[in-house]
Design a protein around this ligand. Structure first.
Ligand SMILES: Nc1ncnc2c1ncn2[C@@H]1O[C@H](COP(=O)(O)OP(=O)(O)OP(=O)(O)O)[C@@H](O)[C@H]1O
Ligand SMILES: [Mg+2]
Length: 373
């Protein structure tokens, strides 16, 4: 199981917080304080658009939040009272906007006629079955020459919650990204930095590896390749986010992380498992998912003392399968079949949530490897 040292990092906020603040990419853990908003007890059921016309001030706040690299000004902090944080993903790709909404920046390289994330949100929001498993989608907007989509802020209404971002699938890259068979020296260097013994003899001689080889190596180091999901980041109440989870690879390590996330809250465990089964049912029935590969998406789980929620997020790498072909999301990937293993991973994630137990006293240190070293 995860070591004492590992969990000590979760348990000692000041130490961990310092580590975060000292990083250049401190933007990963930004705090924004916002005006208190009424608790929304019926997530995803409202059909109104709370900020179809956000005020200039809200636009200002959102844009400034996106660009913030230093702590927010005192005035800004005073005007906001609840915390908002981005758990995983590209630093600064999201920011809170109007009350209860966030703006997500359009992925680099996308343009008005090729914006798969916007198109996916629009398609799923238009489907009565699927709209309940994603954050509410409001609109696409342009501000300061950049494009954003406005989504329901899933953290809104939760009080200092437990939060987990789980990246789904056995394959987390697009086929296009790895179609180049040219072996690269920079990727070889990166691989050696992570594990000097990873390259084969031939690769060592060439001092180069292909992008496909490098991406698969990364997936095999995490739980993605074997389990079809990996825990990108976790946040426990009162603690800063923990994102050093690349080495949480084995089923018992995943179980320990999930058990720690759930604590003794059996109600949360049951509600999350039921919600994930519901997401799986809707996913399996949906025509959209039969005809699209869903690469690099996450399941985002949040709970506090009163509420529990789980949603699908991040569709930047969702693509329609060419040639009218279908995918079942469980078959192993072969170049050209577009399978990404989303449901393969969801089956295992549900099982992990249902069965994860905290290790008995003393068991942890005696039997398990240190996953952080
Ligand atoms: N609707 C939302 N409400 C609240 N927080 C969100 C929402 N969507 C995303 N987040 C936060 O932002 C993080 C990253 O989100 P997401 O995966 O969509 O972005 P990304 O990985 O940076 O994007 P991409 O892969 O498209 O470049 C999540 O882990 C979560 O903390
Ligand atoms: Mg993401």
């Amino acid at each position: 199981m995860l070591t004492e040292e590992f969990w000590a990092q979760v348990a000692v906020p000041s130490k961990e917080e310092e580590r975060w603040r000292s990083k250049d990419e401190g933007a990963l853990f930004k705090r924004w304080r916002r005006t208190p908003a009424p608790v929304d007890s019926t997530p995803n059921t409202a059909t109104s658009t709370p900020s179809a016309q956000p005020s200039e001030l809200l636009k200002f706040l959102a844009i400034n939040a996106l660009e913030l690299s230093a702590p927010a000004s005192d005035a800004l902090l005073k005007s906001r009272s609840s915390e908002w944080f981005q758990l995983a993903g590209h630093p600064g790709s999201l920011a809170p906007a109007g009350p209860g909404t966030v703006w997500k920046r359009r992925a680099a390289g996308d343009h008005p006629s090729h914006n798969p994330e916007r198109d996916t949100y629009e398609a799923l929001a238009a489907c009565p079955h699927m709209r309940g498993v994603i954050p509410r989608y409001y609109r696409e907007l342009e501000y300061g020459g950049e494009r954003f989509i406005e989504l329901q802020d899933l953290l809104h209404g939760f009080r200092d919650p437990h939060v987990m971002d789980i990246k789904m699938g056995t394959r987390t890259f697009l086929e296009d990204e790895v179609s180049n068979a040219h072996a690269r020296g920079d990727l070889y260097e990166k691989m050696v930095r992570l594990d000097p013994n990873a390259p084969t003899e031939t690769e060592h001689l060439a001092r180069a590896v292909t992008k496909l080889r490098y991406m698969q190596f990364r997936e095999e180091r995490s739980s993605s390749a074997e389990q079809g999901f990996r825990i990108e980041a976790v946040k426990l109440p009162g603690q800063p986010p923990l994102t050093d989870l690349q080495n949480v690879r084995e089923p018992h390590q995943l179980a320990a992380t999930v058990a720690r996330f759930l604590g003794k809250d059996e109600r949360a465990r049951r509600a999350i498992a039921a919600r994930l089964r519901e997401i799986r049912d809707q996913f399996e029935r949906s025509d959209f998912f039969k005809t699209h590969e869903i690469v690099g998406s996450s399941i985002f789980i949040i709970y506090d003392d009163e509420r529990v929620g789980a949603w699908l997020i991040d569709f930047a790498k969702t693509r329609r399968i060419p040639g009218g072909a279908y995918v079942n999301h469980r078959a192993p990937w072969q170049q050209g079949n577009h399978e990404e293993g989303f449901l393969y991973g969801l089956d295992r994630l549900i099982h992990t949530i249902e069965t994860a137990k905290l290790p008995a006293q003393g068991e942890e240190a005696a039997t398990e490897p240190d996953v952080l070293r």
